[in-house]
Design a protein around this ligand. Structure first.
Ligand code: 26Y
Length: 821
């Protein structure tokens, strides 16, 4: 048996070796001698892609043949990261490919580093979409992801003199071996213009939109392989083109730049990812992006539906569309336009089809992130859609006004038009009305939706809001990121671990076992050594792999409270200096994350972290005890390096503000203990891993609410904590910014007088929780038991579970779990 397996592995490797050579020569056009690492990467990617394509065509064929219901996931962000290991892992090709490349004198792990990240997203929402694509394929759900093929993804972050600088990101500079351009799949997207009303013989009026400007959307397809290659789906991203790329008349008359104007204007739509996460900017371009991809996607899926099923009236039976937040919400009006204006479906039927087809996921309660568009902008850019929105609203308000407890106030709250802030269209409301289900992304978040943003809509349309707690794909976040730990876990639970994540529960039985703990700890140590090497290489900072790695990695935002973490760091720094000879626990504080380019406070927080790092790391009194590291340019690939090396996971947002979090899941899965507030999915993580194996602190969401009512001045909390007062005084007086002593005065003033995010209120409780972490760390057996129990109980947070719930409760499509044979 064993010999048979070895022989077939050798055969597989030999076949892959041949295939790679073939690709290198005939597709890349390079000789063995001339090939660069990038050439080898492309050749290897092509080989993996070939295997995927075979199954892809089979999957498409099967879906066409059976005519089963299709799911469409519309998202303006897909934060995919690298695809090589994803592809090889899911096609079960990693080992033979490694062997094949080895025989060619090439190291697979080096090739892995050559691939640029596809960073077509800002953070959590985009990464969730990527995890979902993988789980959709793994569960053999017939699905398309629809998004935008940005020429430039999220900016590259560099830190200079402690400050964030943004540089354009160039993921396509060397081409993209995973995608297929489909020049024949292109749709016209209209903007502006006017509407003609044609009176029909039967007395009805037909509206015809005559856009003043059109842009073309061209498809690029990337196949997404499910686990064990069970099923392959398509990620279809749209790129913008001008219908008339070159005005030859202008060009010939000498206006070489003017001749390209239309092209530049049109193509700007898919030029760059909207860089702001929760900041207002680039309004009109952003709306153009949203309509561009929503319209292209709907035209595409309607055409596919008509080809397959003949009539439009069966759309809702054969199609489920999920709106990833409100960014594609204009699709509700666009589908109505397609049904009513283009297919002559009566309004009532069209509305029933629309509602039955759409589902809407909300990802945030932050008021500044709830999209609204000025009515005048909508009227100018999308005049017919504005009419449709008015009509939807009129019917909706009319129905609501007939309810017994209807008041003017309530009608104003549920209206699609916000009249209080200069007439704006509420996209969340539009998505809510146009969908049969609306979901939040953790239990707490979904509950809060019902009492905050959608309180009145929930009262008028009860039962529409449901919960779908987020999950993450274990193929990437366990196996690919942490292969050593995964092998150890496989020994315990068997090799169906990635088919059924709940099998991880079996690890609980050995969590207290000394021999198991030792091996578990050894895997962690190896990952920490690797991360220490990376830190040394990138920053020149030496960190001790035996220190406690305390990690906060995520977008920089006031509500995520990186500043709370920095304050605790300084408090500990002061204590160590006061008593340097005590038996301190060596700790490395690791920060990584980007700030929106226009978010000044977030950028200042980055600078503070870097300034503190500079002072602390240069101080001989704390050498070997405390180090602070800010790793620049956080992205998916860097996350894959940090997460398996983390001992402590910081999930310390102001309660009620983090919708879910997903980094919290990845870290706990890999055995980091969480220090966190009762916010987002932390609440459910605590339930699963047990209150003894997580460090919870701080105000609850309810208490935050009550506290804010009483006022948000931080003075009282500061007066009660000498430690906090001292730390704030140090920052404000320039201890960490001697070159510019006032640099952080404003930041500290906010905490003292306007502490909306409850940093001062939660400081003492956080500080105490950190001391509890230290006590646990000293008891190594207890620490490793808790770590192993975290891994054991995180199976529920697999995105396979999340997607299976969407499939059952929202999309009404069957799932087929993966497995051998
Ligand atoms: C409209 C614009 C201002 C905007 C752009 C991006 C608004 C929001 C966003 C992104 C939001 C986001 O990433 N939300 C995160 O979604 C994750 C997946 O559900 C959650 O885990 C996380 O808590 C939430 O902040």
């Amino acid at each position: 048996k064993v010999e048979d397996r070895a022989a077939s592995d050798a055969d597989a490797a030999a076949a892959i070796k041949e295939a790679i050579l073939n690709k290198l020569i005939y597709s890349v056009g390079k000789s063995l001698e001339a090939a660069s690492s990038h050439d080898w990467f492309v050749a290897t990617a092509f080989v993996a892609r070939d295997r995927i394509v075979e199954r892809w065509l089979a999957s498409i064929d099967e879906v066409n043949r059976t005519g089963r219901k299709q799911v469409y996931y519309l998202s303006v962000e897909f934060l995919i990261g690298r695809l090589l290991f994803d592809a090889l892992t899911n096609m079960e090709m990693v080992e033979p490919t490694r062997a094949a490349l080895f025989a060619l004198g090439v190291d697979l792990d080096e090739l892995r580093e050559v691939e640029p990240d596809a960073a077509l997203g800002n953070g959590g929402l985009g990464r969730l979409a990527a995890c979902f694509m993988e789980s959709l394929a793994t569960l053999s759900i017939a699905a398309f992801g629809y998004g935008i093929r940005y020429d430039h993804g999220l900016f590259r972050q560099r830190i200079k003199d402690g400050r964030q600088l943004e540089y354009p990101e160039e993921w396509l500079a060397f081409g993209n071996p995973w995608e297929f351009q489909r020049p024949e799949v292109d749709y016209e997207i209209g903007f502006g213009g006017r509407i003609e009303a044609e009176h029909q013989p039967d007395g009805t009026v037909k509206h015809v939109w005559l856009p003043g400007e059109t842009v073309e959307a061209v498809a690029y397809d990337t196949p997404i392989a499910g686990w064990r290659g069970a099923h392959i789906n398509t990620l279809r991203l749209w790129s913008a083109r001008a219908p008339d790329p070159l005005r030859l008349d202008k060009f010939n008359s000498g206006d070489h730049v003017g001749a390209l104007m239309d092209q530049v204007r049109a193509e700007s739509i898919s030029k760059v990812l909207y860089p702001g996460d929760t900041t207002p900017a680039g309004q009109e371009l952003r709306l153009r992006q949203e309509f561009f991809f929503a319209s292209a996607s709907l035209q595409d899926l309607v055409l596919r539906h008509l080809r397959q099923h003949g009539g439009i009236l069966s759309l809702a039976d054969k199609v489920a569309i999920q709106l990833n937040d409100t960014h594609p919400a204009i699709a509700v009006a666009e589908l109505m336009r397609i049904l009513v204006d283009l297919h002559d479906v009566p309004w009532r039927d069209a509305w029933a089809i629309t509602q039955a087809t759409f589902g809407y996921t909300n990802h945030t309660l932050l008021p500044e992130a709830l999209e609204t568009w000025p009515v005048p902008l909508m009227e100018r850019l999308l005049p017919r859609h504005m009419q449709i929105i008015y009509l939807i609203n009129a019917i909706h308000l009319d129905q609501a006004s007939k309810l017994a407890d209807s008041t003017g106030e309530r009608l104003a709250a549920i209206s699609l038009i916000d009249e209080a802030h200069g007439r704006r269209v509420r996209m969340g409301h539009l998505a809510f009305l146009g969908s049969h289900k609306v979901n939040g992304v953790s239990r707490l978040h979904s509950d809060l939706l019902k009492v905050t943003v959608f309180r009145e809509l929930d009262a008028v349309l009860p039962g529409r809001i449901t919960n779908k707690t987020n999950g993450v794909t274990f193929r990437r976040w366990l196996k690919e990121a942490n292969p050593g730990l995964t092998s150890l876990l496989t020994e315990v639970v068997g090799d169906r671990l990635l088919d059924d994540a709940r099998l991880l529960e079996k690890v609980a039985a050995v969590a207290g076992d000394a021999a198991f703990q030792e091996r578990y700890a050894a895997e962690r140590r190896a990952n920490k050594v690797a991360l220490a090497k990376l830190v040394r290489h990138r920053l020149g900072i030496k960190i001790d792999p035996d220190a406690l790695f305390d990690v906060q990695i995520k977008r920089i935002h006031e509500y995520k409270r990186q500043i709370l973490n920095i304050l605790e760091t300084i408090a500990v720094y002061d204590m160590i200096r006061a008593q340097p000879m005590r038996d301190w626990i060596p700790r490395v504080k690791i920060f990584s994350g980007k700030a929106a380019a226009s978010y000044a406070t977030a950028k200042l927080i980055i600078q503070l972290a870097n300034d503190v790092a500079k002072i602390v790391n240069a101080d001989p009194t704390v050498r070997g005890i405390l180090k602070v590291v800010f790793l620049p340019n956080y992205n998916v690939s860097l996350a894959e390096r940090i997460i398996p090396a983390a001992d402590l996971s910081e999930q310390i947002s102001t309660a009620g503000m983090e919708a879910s979090g997903t980094g919290n899941m990845k870290l706990a899965l890999n055995g980091a203990l969480t220090i966190g507030t009762l916010d987002g999915a932390n609440v459910e993580i605590r339930e699963k891993v047990g209150a003894d194996n997580i460090f919870i602190f701080g105000l609850t969401a309810e208490e935050v609410e009550a506290h804010r009512h009483r006022g948000i001045d931080g003075s009282d909390a500061i007066n009660r904590s000498a430690k906090l007062a001292e730390v704030l005084e140090a920052i404000a007086s320039g201890v960490f910014s001697p070159d510019e002593p006032d640099r952080y005065r404003g930041l500290v003033d906010i905490l003292i007088h306007h502490d909306y995010f409850m940093v001062t209120a939660d400081f003492e409780s956080y500080y105490e929780a950190q001391r509890a972490v230290f006590r646990r760390w000293r008891d190594k057996r207890s620490w490793w038991r808790a770590a192993a129990l975290n891994t054991a109980h995180m199976g529920w947070f697999s995105s396979d579970r999340t997607i299976a719930e969407y499939a059952k409760d929202i999309w009404d499509v069957p799932v087929k779990p993966p497995g051998r044979g």
